[in-house]
Write a protein that binds this ligand. Sequence first.
Ligand code: NAD
Length: 456
Amino acid sequence: MDYTAILKAQKDFFYAQKTKSLSSRIQALCRFKEMLISYESRIYKSLFDDFNKTEQEAYLTEWVILIKDIELAQQSLKKWTKKKRVGTNLLNWPGKSFTIAEPYGQSLIIGTWNYPIQLTLAPAIAALAAGNTVILKPSELALNTSQCIAAMISEYFNPDLITVVQGGVKETSNLLKLKFDKIFFTGSTAVGKIVYQAAALNLTPITLELGGKSPAVITQSAQLPKAIKRLVWAKYLNAGQTCIAPDYVFVHQKIYKQALALFKQELDKNKYALESNNYVQIINDQHLKRLEKLIDQNNVIYGGQISRETRCISPTLLTEVDLQDEIMKEEIFGPLLPIIPFTEYQEVIRYIQSNEKPLAAYLFSKNSGEINQWLSELSFGGGCINDAIMHITNPKLPFGGVGQSGTGSYHGKAGFDTFSHYKSIFRKPSSFEVTLKYPPYTKSKMTWIKRLIRFS
Ligand code: NAD
């Protein structure tokens, strides 16, 4: 594939003004929705073939999210694309000031495998809504889904507007040598650094949606059964292969025993199993081995079974975990949950502060002092109070990380903004002229300038 030629064709298409009008953007979004509807069952099949993702999870966490994204963009695009008037200061009077959201141009979107449909196509919907062209690079690890994405995009779209490049490191590295106007990357922090460096060579604006260890904390004031019900669902969804899954849980010492019993009960109730079609596989053997190494069987109080044949790890609870253990050093990204007791809330806060800023953080508490401290003293991408994961499902909340967990955000209007440059314009009438700024400089001019500046 000649990537340079693809990019050149997209550039020509863009400069022929074919992506910018409201009607062409709405048309692209309608086409996208048609495509998703007609490919719905093939999407589910490819997700199932890749890692046993079931239809209910695929519908809820991938397909319908995209449909809702498109509908929101369709309803809001007129408002989002309207030029926005801002006030004009006295110094510039008379005149008008406004901003215009303009598309960056040629965008590159690099996806990941854990929600391979949603995480690859949601940024593409935002990019098209904002009037960009798109080259999509899905993850090679979810191969069936990557092929499905390539097939549907090529069937439904002109490649000058949006096209798919399949492949892995080599193909992504070659794409990154080209000069894009915007790069959007979802994946690991380690690869995020490589992509950031490649973007820096061309000073390309970039959004990095990365990972990290997202903590959950249950304090004494929490409604314990509800907290655990919500945490278990959030952790074992997609077998823990979720960027904002609770990575580990701190539980107050006084409710620790009761919490362990409730965790076990909840897991029993949910009957996670490949055969019952409510559990997914680990994406590949390499990740299975990585997770296997993180399990210290002496610490397992629930689960811990590994099947190499089915590439499956049963939902696993671990206690007696030391904060220096390997499992507390890297993002788990699998169905292993360390549950750690604490006595002082302040210590938990300090521990989280001492690590990299997480992508998400979850506090289960009814105590407003604890909640306020959590919100004001910890920096993290986003999160929930008394829930986990669900903040991602509100398109009105921008989604993204901070520091090592990412830079920039998307979803809803934030997605449109991420793929737009806000051009600032001051428009002055030609007829009227205040001559104060022009030479020759005089004392009286200076006095007037100072007065004007004081009041503007
Ligand atoms: P990854 O970084 O290995 O791969 C992501 C993409 O980068 C793939 O398309 C891959 O082909 C490409 N890639 C891999 N190595 C590369 C290299 N050396 N040079 C150029 N491109 C390369 O990540 P992954 O294993 O697919 O995903 C897991 C990580 O992604 C976890 O850390 C998880 O938390 C994070 N994640 C973040 C979000 C989010 O929205 N913030 C969502 C899902 C996953």
